[in-house]
Ligand binder design. Sequence first.
Ligand code: ADP
Length: 192
Amino acid sequence: MLNIILFGPPGSGKGTQSEGLIKKYALQHLSTGDIFRSEIANQTALGLEAKKFMDKGLLVPDEVVIGMIGSKIDACVEQEVKGFIFDGFPRTIPQAEALDKLMAFKNIPIKIVLSLEVSEEELVKRLLGRGATSGRADDQNEEIIRQRVVEYRSKTEPVAGFYDKQHKLTRVKGEGSVDEIFASLCHAIDSL
Ligand code: ADP
């Protein structure tokens, strides 16, 4: 199975690039952010819990995220997909450890971690731009955006080192045209 983690700060283009990768490699998309937003829209208990953190630009607690992703993977494995693309997950070392255990147990390990590299000023610019049109509350306030970047630097960035030690990390320049970045990502996948 071609299991990919698309890694990078908020606004680095994970959602945009996932769309192309899903089509090209017939992957199942698992975006924790999308899942939480859909849970919030449906006003589920999980959604209400996640919203408390998301509205402040904070990460949702690990136990909430890990429990949820396990059941989503199980549901997809039953449908026999060619691989998973994880977008916005794992975002902490405990999440990465939990994912590794889960995938090892199912004998479908992560093949590659693609890290989109984008400067902080570019990130804030993109997120504010998205906030003006997407209706996402967490993209409309510069303070919340900066808080998300702080969370990323302190809790999520170390996850890159975790996968680098396993020789699974490939860094890709996340600035340039959508097509150029897509080509770099495909090149990394095709060189596996
Ligand atoms: P972005 O990458 O642009 O910040 P996401 O849609 O991936 O957007 O995530 C939005 C919010 O959802 C995050 O700021 C966080 O509060 C929550 N979230 C998403 N995925 C996770 C995760 N794996 N762990 C903890 N919180 C998460």
